[in-house]
Design a protein around this ligand. Structure first.
Ligand code: UD2
Length: 319
């Protein structure tokens, strides 16, 4: 059965009172905080503001505590998880391309950071940790990609996300804390940063289109991505938190099942005739989810198609 946003929030209210969101000042994290507040939870955000922004949370007058600190800082972690029954672990670095030049940073933040977060969650008595995983772990598998696909990470980012998942499974198998690992496909929506070469492609192309500037496509533009709107991801994360019979670090795809290539994306966003440059190292060619397991295990299906989702970031289709 597929579950609507309002009934998700109602069910969530009955299960969790105080939730720690790591990376809660970031793009996806801050939307999750909004969803958790709608569900009536008290939220503690742990964020070092390396890429997150305080203004993403400025509309919350109450119900959100903010701990400014890194997930590598034991005291900050302990402050943030104290009294929480659930940890939503979204703090991360997000760029495949950046990880090629900064592999150690990704190992530390994404891999080791997840293990440390699990330790702190267990010490605080939290019942459950939900990891923001990534479909990049599949590497260049033929789409649609199901969770049965053997991982083949092609970048330090993907390797570190796989390590993070393995920590989640090990903690669950040892009976220390229930865990689940949604694997996000390409998430987009309001508040996604566009100001770095490592930002998501939709945010970059939309910002360039608004300024009448030309986008750069790395490769031939025929690579595909499965773009999922952040509001769908938030509902999926709350369902993942509530799925008590799914607790052993299971991987669950969060995608729409539909692929869009970059030439099409640039056209839809009216981003002007693109300039082409060499494909980036570590880049995946095709990435489209088989979303069946999320529907079966969590009752999660996406509701926002790309055209509707792009309007949420201010894009108006041609009439
Ligand atoms: C995204 C996520 C990553 C992970 C992954 C899962 C971001 C920033 N990264 O990585 O965290 O979850 O999905 O697959 O959201 N491109 C251009 N021109 C540009 C920018 C990008 O051609 O100006 C290309 C890029 O080479 C790639 C595609 O667009 O082929 C998507 O790039 P991305 O950085 O938005 O996302 P991806 O799939 O590397």
């Amino acid at each position: 059965m597929i579950v609507s946003a309002s009934s998700v929030e109602e069910q969530f209210r009955a299960m969790f009172e105080r939730v720690c969101v790591t990376g809660g000042a970031g793009f996806i994290g801050s939307h999750l905080v909004d969803g958790l507040r709608r569900a009536g939870a008290t939220v503690v955000v742990l964020d070092d503001l390396s890429t997150g922004r305080r203004e993403n949370l400025a509309h919350h007058a109450d119900g959100v505590d903010f701990v400014e600190g890194s997930i590598g800082d034991a005291t900050a972690r302990e402050d943030a998880v104290a009294g929480c029954d659930l940890v939503m672990h979204l703090a991360s670095r997000v760029s495949v391309a950046e990880s090629m030049s900064e592999p150690e940073l990704y190992r530390r933040v994404v891999g080791t950071g997840t293990r440390e977060m699990l330790e702190s969650a267990v010490a605080a008595g939290a019942r459950r940790l939900v990891l923001a995983g990534s479909c990049s772990v599949y590497g260049d598998a033929p789409p649609p990609i199901s969770e049965a696909t053997t991982p083949a990470p092609a970048s330090p980012y993907a390797e570190a996300k796989l390590v993070a998942e393995s920590h989640c499974r090990a903690f669950a198998e040892a009976g220390r804390i229930a865990t689940i690992c949604p694997r996000f496909f390409n998430v987009y929506g309001p508040r996604q940063r566009a100001d770095s070469p490592y930002s998501g492609v939709i945010a970059i192309f939309a910002a360039l289109a608004a300024r009448g500037e030309t986008p750069v496509i790395f490769g031939d533009g025929r690579q595909t991505r499965d773009f999922i709107h952040v509001e769908d991801v938030v509902r999926g994360l709350m369902l993942a938190a509530m799925a008590t019979d799914t607790h052993g670090g299971e991987a669950v795809n969060f995608g729409t099942g539909r692929g869009t290539d970059l030439l099409e994306l640039a056209r839809v966003l009216r981003a002007g005739p693109p300039r082409f440059e060499a494909a980036r190292d570590g880049d995946i060619r095709h990435s489209v989810a088989d979303p069946g397991r999320a529907a079966r295990l969590l009752g999660f299906e996406t509701e926002i198609d790309l055209a509707t989702g792009l309007s949420s970031i201010g894009h108006r289709p041609t009439s």
